[in-house]
Design a protein around this ligand. Structure first.
Ligand code: GDP
Ligand code: IMO
Ligand code: MG
Length: 421
Protein backbone atom coordinates (compact mmCIF):
# COMPACT_ATOMS: atom_id res chain seq x y z
CA UNK A 1 0.00 0.00 0.00
CA UNK A 2 0.92 3.64 -0.38
CA UNK A 3 0.28 5.91 2.57
CA UNK A 4 0.40 9.65 2.00
CA UNK A 5 1.77 12.44 4.16
CA UNK A 6 0.97 16.02 3.31
CA UNK A 7 0.70 19.54 4.71
CA UNK A 8 -2.80 20.89 5.41
CA UNK A 9 -1.94 24.60 5.59
CA UNK A 10 0.35 26.86 3.52
CA UNK A 11 3.45 24.66 3.85
CA UNK A 12 6.21 24.25 6.46
CA UNK A 13 3.99 22.21 8.76
CA UNK A 14 6.93 19.99 9.73
CA UNK A 15 6.59 17.35 7.00
CA UNK A 16 10.33 16.62 6.87
CA UNK A 17 10.55 15.85 10.57
CA UNK A 18 7.48 13.60 10.52
CA UNK A 19 8.55 11.67 7.40
CA UNK A 20 11.96 11.13 9.00
CA UNK A 21 10.17 9.74 12.08
CA UNK A 22 7.70 7.55 10.16
CA UNK A 23 10.37 6.29 7.73
CA UNK A 24 11.27 3.43 10.07
CA UNK A 25 7.89 1.84 9.16
CA UNK A 26 8.29 2.17 5.39
CA UNK A 27 10.48 0.59 2.68
CA UNK A 28 10.20 3.45 0.20
CA UNK A 29 9.69 7.22 0.52
CA UNK A 30 8.54 8.94 -2.68
CA UNK A 31 8.18 12.62 -3.53
CA UNK A 32 5.26 13.20 -5.95
CA UNK A 33 5.19 16.95 -6.67
CA UNK A 34 6.94 20.26 -6.09
CA UNK A 35 10.64 20.80 -6.42
CA UNK A 36 13.37 22.98 -4.95
CA UNK A 37 10.73 25.42 -3.64
CA UNK A 38 10.31 22.91 -0.79
CA UNK A 39 12.50 23.08 2.31
CA UNK A 40 12.09 20.12 4.66
CA UNK A 41 14.05 20.34 7.90
CA UNK A 42 15.40 17.24 9.67
CA UNK A 43 17.71 16.81 12.61
CA UNK A 44 20.08 13.89 12.15
CA UNK A 45 22.12 13.14 15.26
CA UNK A 46 21.71 16.78 16.25
CA UNK A 47 22.79 18.12 12.85
CA UNK A 48 20.24 20.24 10.99
CA UNK A 49 19.68 19.26 7.36
CA UNK A 50 17.30 20.97 4.93
CA UNK A 51 16.14 18.82 2.00
CA UNK A 52 14.63 20.37 -1.13
CA UNK A 53 14.28 17.61 -3.72
CA UNK A 54 15.56 14.46 -2.01
CA UNK A 55 12.89 12.51 -0.08
CA UNK A 56 13.14 12.68 3.71
CA UNK A 57 13.70 8.92 4.09
CA UNK A 58 17.30 9.25 2.96
CA UNK A 59 18.73 9.04 6.48
CA UNK A 60 17.32 5.55 7.07
CA UNK A 61 19.58 2.87 5.62
CA UNK A 62 16.69 0.48 4.91
CA UNK A 63 14.72 3.08 2.90
CA UNK A 64 14.73 3.50 -0.87
CA UNK A 65 13.92 7.02 -2.06
CA UNK A 66 12.14 7.96 -5.28
CA UNK A 67 11.90 11.39 -6.87
CA UNK A 68 8.66 10.86 -8.78
CA UNK A 69 7.51 12.05 -12.21
CA UNK A 70 5.39 14.81 -10.67
CA UNK A 71 8.46 16.57 -9.28
CA UNK A 72 10.32 19.31 -11.17
CA UNK A 73 14.08 18.95 -10.81
CA UNK A 74 16.76 21.61 -10.94
CA UNK A 75 19.88 19.52 -11.68
CA UNK A 76 22.16 22.05 -9.98
CA UNK A 77 20.21 22.13 -6.71
CA UNK A 78 19.84 18.34 -6.73
CA UNK A 79 23.59 17.83 -7.15
CA UNK A 80 24.35 20.35 -4.40
CA UNK A 81 21.90 18.60 -2.12
CA UNK A 82 23.45 15.21 -2.79
CA UNK A 83 26.90 16.68 -2.05
CA UNK A 84 25.58 17.89 1.30
CA UNK A 85 23.91 14.62 2.28
CA UNK A 86 26.61 12.18 1.06
CA UNK A 87 29.11 12.77 3.89
CA UNK A 88 26.32 12.16 6.42
CA UNK A 89 24.88 9.15 4.59
CA UNK A 90 27.56 7.59 2.36
CA UNK A 91 25.25 4.87 0.92
CA UNK A 92 22.54 7.31 -0.16
CA UNK A 93 23.19 7.12 -3.92
CA UNK A 94 22.53 3.37 -3.95
CA UNK A 95 19.12 4.12 -2.44
CA UNK A 96 18.15 7.13 -4.57
CA UNK A 97 16.02 6.71 -7.72
CA UNK A 98 14.82 9.37 -10.15
CA UNK A 99 11.82 9.03 -12.45
CA UNK A 100 12.70 9.50 -16.11
CA UNK A 101 9.43 11.41 -16.53
CA UNK A 102 10.23 14.12 -13.96
CA UNK A 103 10.55 17.50 -15.68
CA UNK A 104 13.68 19.65 -15.63
CA UNK A 105 14.01 23.23 -14.46
CA UNK A 106 16.22 25.13 -16.92
CA UNK A 107 18.19 28.33 -16.20
CA UNK A 108 15.67 30.21 -18.36
CA UNK A 109 12.80 28.92 -16.21
CA UNK A 110 14.39 30.69 -13.27
CA UNK A 111 14.85 33.85 -15.35
CA UNK A 112 11.18 33.71 -16.40
CA UNK A 113 10.09 33.24 -12.79
CA UNK A 114 12.05 36.33 -11.74
CA UNK A 115 10.82 38.41 -14.69
CA UNK A 116 7.19 37.42 -14.20
CA UNK A 117 7.29 38.19 -10.48
CA UNK A 118 8.95 41.57 -11.06
CA UNK A 119 6.28 42.45 -13.65
CA UNK A 120 3.52 41.71 -11.14
CA UNK A 121 4.81 44.44 -8.81
CA UNK A 122 2.63 44.72 -5.68
CA UNK A 123 0.62 41.68 -6.75
CA UNK A 124 3.60 39.34 -6.86
CA UNK A 125 3.01 35.78 -5.65
CA UNK A 126 6.09 35.80 -3.45
CA UNK A 127 7.49 32.83 -5.38
CA UNK A 128 10.67 31.16 -4.14
CA UNK A 129 12.03 32.06 -7.63
CA UNK A 130 13.25 28.52 -8.20
CA UNK A 131 11.61 28.35 -11.64
CA UNK A 132 8.72 26.17 -10.46
CA UNK A 133 5.84 27.97 -12.24
CA UNK A 134 7.56 28.25 -15.64
CA UNK A 135 8.74 24.60 -15.51
CA UNK A 136 5.20 23.33 -14.81
CA UNK A 137 3.89 25.69 -17.52
CA UNK A 138 6.16 23.98 -20.04
CA UNK A 139 5.01 20.59 -18.76
CA UNK A 140 1.30 21.33 -19.30
CA UNK A 141 2.11 23.38 -22.42
CA UNK A 142 3.78 20.21 -23.79
CA UNK A 143 7.17 21.82 -24.33
CA UNK A 144 9.09 20.57 -21.30
CA UNK A 145 12.30 18.58 -21.06
CA UNK A 146 12.36 15.51 -18.85
CA UNK A 147 15.05 13.58 -17.02
CA UNK A 148 14.81 10.85 -19.68
CA UNK A 149 15.73 13.42 -22.34
CA UNK A 150 19.18 13.93 -20.88
CA UNK A 151 19.99 10.35 -21.93
CA UNK A 152 19.24 11.16 -25.58
CA UNK A 153 21.96 12.28 -27.99
CA UNK A 154 20.13 15.39 -29.08
CA UNK A 155 19.50 16.77 -25.58
CA UNK A 156 21.46 19.93 -26.38
CA UNK A 157 19.31 20.57 -29.48
CA UNK A 158 16.13 20.13 -27.46
CA UNK A 159 17.53 22.46 -24.82
CA UNK A 160 18.44 25.13 -27.41
CA UNK A 161 14.98 24.96 -28.98
CA UNK A 162 13.21 25.47 -25.66
CA UNK A 163 15.63 28.18 -24.59
CA UNK A 164 14.94 30.07 -27.84
CA UNK A 165 11.26 30.00 -27.00
CA UNK A 166 12.02 31.33 -23.53
CA UNK A 167 14.12 34.13 -24.99
CA UNK A 168 11.13 35.28 -27.02
CA UNK A 169 9.08 35.33 -23.84
CA UNK A 170 11.75 37.09 -21.82
CA UNK A 171 11.83 39.92 -24.36
CA UNK A 172 8.40 41.06 -23.16
CA UNK A 173 9.74 41.80 -19.73
CA UNK A 174 11.65 44.78 -18.43
CA UNK A 175 13.34 42.78 -15.68
CA UNK A 176 16.23 40.85 -17.21
CA UNK A 177 18.39 38.28 -15.49
CA UNK A 178 21.79 37.12 -16.70
CA UNK A 179 20.74 33.45 -16.89
CA UNK A 180 23.73 32.54 -19.10
CA UNK A 181 25.83 32.69 -15.92
CA UNK A 182 23.95 29.54 -14.76
CA UNK A 183 24.35 27.53 -17.98
CA UNK A 184 27.77 25.92 -17.37
CA UNK A 185 26.75 24.69 -13.95
CA UNK A 186 23.48 23.42 -15.45
CA UNK A 187 25.23 21.26 -18.05
CA UNK A 188 27.77 19.98 -15.53
CA UNK A 189 24.93 18.90 -13.26
CA UNK A 190 23.02 17.36 -16.16
CA UNK A 191 26.10 15.18 -16.76
CA UNK A 192 26.07 14.25 -13.09
CA UNK A 193 22.34 13.37 -13.13
CA UNK A 194 23.07 10.88 -15.92
CA UNK A 195 25.03 8.83 -13.39
CA UNK A 196 22.06 8.50 -11.03
CA UNK A 197 19.62 5.56 -11.05
CA UNK A 198 17.03 6.77 -13.57
CA UNK A 199 13.95 4.53 -13.66
CA UNK A 200 10.42 4.34 -15.01
CA UNK A 201 9.02 5.29 -11.62
CA UNK A 202 5.57 3.86 -12.27
CA UNK A 203 6.89 0.37 -13.18
CA UNK A 204 9.49 0.55 -10.42
CA UNK A 205 6.84 1.29 -7.79
CA UNK A 206 4.46 -1.33 -9.18
CA UNK A 207 7.20 -3.96 -8.88
CA UNK A 208 7.89 -3.03 -5.25
CA UNK A 209 4.21 -2.84 -4.32
CA UNK A 210 3.62 -6.30 -5.80
CA UNK A 211 6.54 -7.43 -3.70
CA UNK A 212 4.66 -6.26 -0.57
CA UNK A 213 6.74 -3.17 0.08
CA UNK A 214 5.28 -0.29 2.09
CA UNK A 215 5.50 3.15 0.50
CA UNK A 216 5.06 6.62 1.98
CA UNK A 217 4.37 9.46 -0.47
CA UNK A 218 5.88 12.68 0.89
CA UNK A 219 4.02 15.86 -0.01
CA UNK A 220 5.66 19.24 -0.45
CA UNK A 221 4.12 22.70 0.10
CA UNK A 222 0.66 22.62 1.68
CA UNK A 223 -2.94 21.98 0.62
CA UNK A 224 -3.79 25.71 0.65
CA UNK A 225 -1.08 26.17 -1.99
CA UNK A 226 -2.68 23.56 -4.28
CA UNK A 227 -3.02 24.80 -7.88
CA UNK A 228 -6.72 23.89 -8.05
CA UNK A 229 -7.99 24.33 -4.50
CA UNK A 230 -5.55 26.71 -2.84
CA UNK A 231 -5.80 30.50 -2.52
CA UNK A 232 -5.43 30.98 -6.29
CA UNK A 233 -3.49 32.74 -7.78
CA UNK A 234 -1.34 32.82 -4.64
CA UNK A 235 -0.48 29.14 -4.91
CA UNK A 236 2.24 26.90 -6.25
CA UNK A 237 1.92 25.15 -9.63
CA UNK A 238 1.25 21.54 -8.61
CA UNK A 239 -1.44 19.44 -6.94
CA UNK A 240 -0.32 19.26 -3.35
CA UNK A 241 -3.40 17.32 -2.15
CA UNK A 242 -3.68 13.51 -2.03
CA UNK A 243 -5.00 13.41 -5.62
CA UNK A 244 -1.52 14.51 -6.75
CA UNK A 245 -0.06 11.20 -5.57
CA UNK A 246 -1.73 9.15 -8.32
CA UNK A 247 -0.59 11.39 -11.19
CA UNK A 248 2.70 12.32 -9.54
CA UNK A 249 3.84 8.74 -9.07
CA UNK A 250 1.77 6.75 -11.56
CA UNK A 251 -0.15 4.70 -9.00
CA UNK A 252 -3.84 3.78 -8.93
CA UNK A 253 -6.18 5.30 -6.30
CA UNK A 254 -7.01 1.80 -5.03
CA UNK A 255 -3.47 1.51 -3.76
CA UNK A 256 -3.71 4.51 -1.44
CA UNK A 257 -4.05 3.64 2.24
CA UNK A 258 -3.80 6.10 5.11
CA UNK A 259 -3.51 9.82 4.53
CA UNK A 260 -1.55 11.64 7.22
CA UNK A 261 -2.43 15.34 7.32
CA UNK A 262 -0.10 17.68 9.17
CA UNK A 263 -1.07 20.96 10.74
CA UNK A 264 0.80 23.28 13.03
CA UNK A 265 -0.97 24.09 16.31
CA UNK A 266 -1.14 27.61 14.84
CA UNK A 267 -0.66 28.78 11.25
CA UNK A 268 1.99 30.32 9.00
CA UNK A 269 2.39 31.43 5.42
CA UNK A 270 5.39 32.65 3.36
CA UNK A 271 4.93 34.95 0.38
CA UNK A 272 1.84 36.87 -0.70
CA UNK A 273 -1.85 36.02 -0.64
CA UNK A 274 -4.80 35.91 1.73
CA UNK A 275 -4.37 34.65 5.28
CA UNK A 276 -7.56 35.32 7.27
CA UNK A 277 -6.17 34.52 10.74
CA UNK A 278 -2.88 36.40 10.27
CA UNK A 279 -1.76 38.36 13.33
CA UNK A 280 -0.11 41.62 12.40
CA UNK A 281 0.35 42.57 16.04
CA UNK A 282 2.71 41.66 18.87
CA UNK A 283 1.20 38.19 19.25
CA UNK A 284 2.12 37.44 15.63
CA UNK A 285 5.65 38.62 16.29
CA UNK A 286 5.84 36.43 19.41
CA UNK A 287 4.65 33.40 17.45
CA UNK A 288 7.37 34.03 14.86
CA UNK A 289 9.97 34.22 17.58
CA UNK A 290 8.74 31.23 19.61
CA UNK A 291 8.38 29.07 16.49
CA UNK A 292 11.57 30.33 14.74
CA UNK A 293 9.35 31.03 11.76
CA UNK A 294 11.82 31.84 9.00
CA UNK A 295 11.70 30.09 5.61
CA UNK A 296 13.87 26.96 5.25
CA UNK A 297 14.46 27.68 1.54
CA UNK A 298 14.53 31.47 1.29
CA UNK A 299 15.08 32.59 4.92
CA UNK A 300 12.11 34.97 4.63
CA UNK A 301 10.16 35.69 7.85
CA UNK A 302 6.96 33.64 7.83
CA UNK A 303 3.65 35.37 8.44
CA UNK A 304 2.04 33.97 11.60
CA UNK A 305 -1.49 33.63 12.95
CA UNK A 306 -3.94 31.41 14.82
CA UNK A 307 -5.02 28.02 13.54
CA UNK A 308 -7.75 28.32 10.89
CA UNK A 309 -10.22 25.45 11.30
CA UNK A 310 -12.38 26.59 8.37
CA UNK A 311 -9.43 26.13 6.03
CA UNK A 312 -8.32 22.94 7.81
CA UNK A 313 -11.75 21.33 7.56
CA UNK A 314 -11.61 22.04 3.82
CA UNK A 315 -8.16 20.54 3.30
CA UNK A 316 -8.94 17.50 5.47
CA UNK A 317 -11.96 16.95 3.20
CA UNK A 318 -9.99 17.41 -0.05
CA UNK A 319 -7.44 14.72 0.80
CA UNK A 320 -9.61 12.38 2.88
CA UNK A 321 -7.22 12.64 5.81
CA UNK A 322 -7.42 9.58 8.06
CA UNK A 323 -4.78 10.56 10.60
CA UNK A 324 -4.03 14.05 11.85
CA UNK A 325 -0.65 15.13 13.15
CA UNK A 326 -0.37 18.38 15.13
CA UNK A 327 3.11 19.90 15.14
CA UNK A 328 4.80 22.69 17.07
CA UNK A 329 2.43 22.33 20.03
CA UNK A 330 5.33 23.39 22.29
CA UNK A 331 5.41 26.79 20.56
CA UNK A 332 2.07 27.67 22.20
CA UNK A 333 3.46 27.07 25.73
CA UNK A 334 3.81 30.79 26.42
CA UNK A 335 0.46 31.88 24.98
CA UNK A 336 -2.72 32.55 26.95
CA UNK A 337 -5.39 32.58 25.68
CA UNK A 338 -4.99 30.42 22.56
CA UNK A 339 -7.41 31.01 19.72
CA UNK A 340 -8.83 28.91 16.89
CA UNK A 341 -10.96 30.28 14.03
CA UNK A 342 -14.14 28.21 13.81
CA UNK A 343 -16.02 30.28 11.19
CA UNK A 344 -15.64 33.26 8.85
CA UNK A 345 -17.83 36.33 9.02
CA UNK A 346 -18.40 37.56 5.45
CA UNK A 347 -20.91 40.37 4.71
CA UNK A 348 -22.42 39.89 8.19
CA UNK A 349 -23.01 36.16 7.62
CA UNK A 350 -21.18 33.35 9.39
CA UNK A 351 -19.91 30.50 7.27
CA UNK A 352 -17.75 27.40 7.70
CA UNK A 353 -17.08 27.16 3.97
CA UNK A 354 -14.23 28.78 2.08
CA UNK A 355 -15.48 31.42 -0.37
CA UNK A 356 -14.58 31.16 -4.07
CA UNK A 357 -11.87 33.79 -3.85
CA UNK A 358 -10.36 34.62 -0.48
CA UNK A 359 -8.55 37.56 -2.09
CA UNK A 360 -11.67 39.55 -2.85
CA UNK A 361 -13.65 38.88 0.32
CA UNK A 362 -13.48 40.86 3.53
CA UNK A 363 -13.20 38.01 6.02
CA UNK A 364 -13.39 38.37 9.80
CA UNK A 365 -12.50 35.15 11.58
CA UNK A 366 -14.78 34.03 14.42
CA UNK A 367 -12.59 32.72 17.22
CA UNK A 368 -13.06 30.23 20.01
CA UNK A 369 -10.69 30.85 22.92
CA UNK A 370 -8.88 28.24 25.00
CA UNK A 371 -6.94 28.64 28.23
CA UNK A 372 -3.20 28.32 27.92
CA UNK A 373 -1.45 25.49 29.77
CA UNK A 374 0.66 25.74 32.89
CA UNK A 375 3.51 23.36 32.10
CA UNK A 376 5.76 23.20 29.04
CA UNK A 377 4.63 20.64 26.48
CA UNK A 378 8.17 20.35 25.10
CA UNK A 379 9.33 18.29 28.07
CA UNK A 380 6.45 15.76 27.95
CA UNK A 381 7.53 12.27 26.90
CA UNK A 382 4.12 10.60 26.64
CA UNK A 383 0.42 11.36 26.29
CA UNK A 384 -0.30 11.07 30.03
CA UNK A 385 2.14 13.88 30.81
CA UNK A 386 0.38 16.37 28.52
CA UNK A 387 -1.53 19.15 30.32
CA UNK A 388 -5.30 18.53 30.58
CA UNK A 389 -6.17 21.79 28.82
CA UNK A 390 -4.05 20.73 25.85
CA UNK A 391 -5.78 17.33 25.74
CA UNK A 392 -9.14 19.15 25.74
CA UNK A 393 -7.88 21.37 22.90
CA UNK A 394 -6.95 18.23 20.92
CA UNK A 395 -10.39 16.67 21.52
CA UNK A 396 -11.97 19.91 20.26
CA UNK A 397 -9.86 19.82 17.07
CA UNK A 398 -10.78 16.17 16.52
CA UNK A 399 -14.49 16.88 16.89
CA UNK A 400 -14.42 19.92 14.63
CA UNK A 401 -12.37 18.19 11.95
CA UNK A 402 -14.06 14.80 12.43
CA UNK A 403 -10.66 13.18 12.26
CA UNK A 404 -8.51 11.44 14.85
CA UNK A 405 -5.19 12.99 15.95
CA UNK A 406 -2.50 10.28 15.82
CA UNK A 407 0.56 12.24 16.91
CA UNK A 408 1.47 15.52 18.54
CA UNK A 409 4.93 16.90 17.82
CA UNK A 410 6.46 18.82 20.72
CA UNK A 411 9.94 19.81 19.56
CA UNK A 412 12.34 19.72 16.64
CA UNK A 413 14.02 16.45 17.70
CA UNK A 414 13.40 13.21 15.83
CA UNK A 415 11.83 11.58 18.87
CA UNK A 416 9.81 14.54 20.10
CA UNK A 417 6.59 13.03 18.87
CA UNK A 418 3.84 11.76 21.18
CA UNK A 419 1.42 9.04 20.06
CA UNK A 420 -2.16 9.99 20.95
CA UNK A 421 -4.36 7.07 22.07
P1 GDP B 1 8.29 21.29 6.14
O1 GDP B 1 8.54 22.13 4.95
O2 GDP B 1 6.84 20.95 6.31
O3 GDP B 1 9.15 20.06 6.22
O4 GDP B 1 8.64 22.20 7.40
P2 GDP B 1 9.96 23.14 7.56
O5 GDP B 1 11.12 22.27 7.81
O6 GDP B 1 10.03 24.12 6.46
O7 GDP B 1 9.54 23.98 8.84
C1 GDP B 1 9.21 23.39 10.05
C2 GDP B 1 10.16 23.92 11.12
O8 GDP B 1 9.63 23.62 12.40
C3 GDP B 1 11.54 23.30 11.10
O9 GDP B 1 12.48 24.25 11.50
C4 GDP B 1 11.44 22.17 12.11
O10 GDP B 1 12.70 21.86 12.68
C5 GDP B 1 10.53 22.78 13.12
N1 GDP B 1 9.67 21.84 13.85
C6 GDP B 1 9.05 20.73 13.39
N2 GDP B 1 8.27 20.18 14.35
C7 GDP B 1 8.41 20.97 15.44
C8 GDP B 1 7.83 20.95 16.75
O11 GDP B 1 7.02 20.10 17.11
N3 GDP B 1 8.21 21.95 17.61
C9 GDP B 1 9.09 22.93 17.25
N4 GDP B 1 9.39 23.85 18.15
N5 GDP B 1 9.64 22.98 16.03
C10 GDP B 1 9.29 22.02 15.13
P1 IMO C 1 7.49 23.21 1.93
O1 IMO C 1 7.52 21.89 1.18
C1 IMO C 1 5.96 27.28 2.23
C2 IMO C 1 5.05 29.36 -1.49
C3 IMO C 1 5.93 30.53 -1.86
C4 IMO C 1 4.94 31.38 -2.65
C5 IMO C 1 4.10 30.32 -3.39
C6 IMO C 1 4.56 30.04 -4.81
O2 IMO C 1 8.75 23.55 2.58
O3 IMO C 1 6.29 23.26 2.80
P2 IMO C 1 6.67 28.86 -5.93
O4 IMO C 1 8.12 28.94 -5.62
O5 IMO C 1 6.09 27.50 -5.79
O6 IMO C 1 6.32 29.51 -7.23
O7 IMO C 1 5.96 29.79 -4.81
O8 IMO C 1 4.22 29.14 -2.61
N1 IMO C 1 5.79 28.10 -1.24
C7 IMO C 1 5.97 27.58 -0.03
N2 IMO C 1 5.64 28.06 1.19
N3 IMO C 1 6.55 26.07 2.12
C8 IMO C 1 6.87 25.56 0.90
O9 IMO C 1 7.33 24.30 0.74
C9 IMO C 1 6.62 26.34 -0.23
N4 IMO C 1 6.83 26.18 -1.58
C10 IMO C 1 6.31 27.25 -2.16
O10 IMO C 1 6.39 31.20 -0.73
O11 IMO C 1 4.08 32.06 -1.79
MG1 MG D 1 9.42 23.97 4.45
Amino acid sequence: MIDVLLGLQWGDEGKGKIVDFLASKYDIIARFQGGPNAGHTLYVNGTKVVLHTIPSGVFHTHCLNLIGNGVVIDPVTLQKEIDKVLPLQPDMLQRLYVSSKAHLILPTHRALDAASEAAKGQDKIGSTLKGIGPAYMDKTGRNGLRVGDILSKNFKQKYDKLTQKHLEMLRQYEHQVDWRQWEDAFFESVEYIRSLQIVNGEYWLDMHLKDGKEVLAEGAQGSMLDIDFGTYPFVTSSNTIAAGVCSGLGVAPSRIGDVYGITKAYCTRVGGGPFPTELLDETGEELRKAGSEFGATTGRPRRCGWIDLVALRYTVMLSGVTKLIVTKADVLDEFNPIKAATAYLIDGKETKELPFDLCTEDITPVYQEFDGWDKPIGSCVNYDELPHVFKDYCRFLEQYLETKISYVSNGTGRDQLLAIP
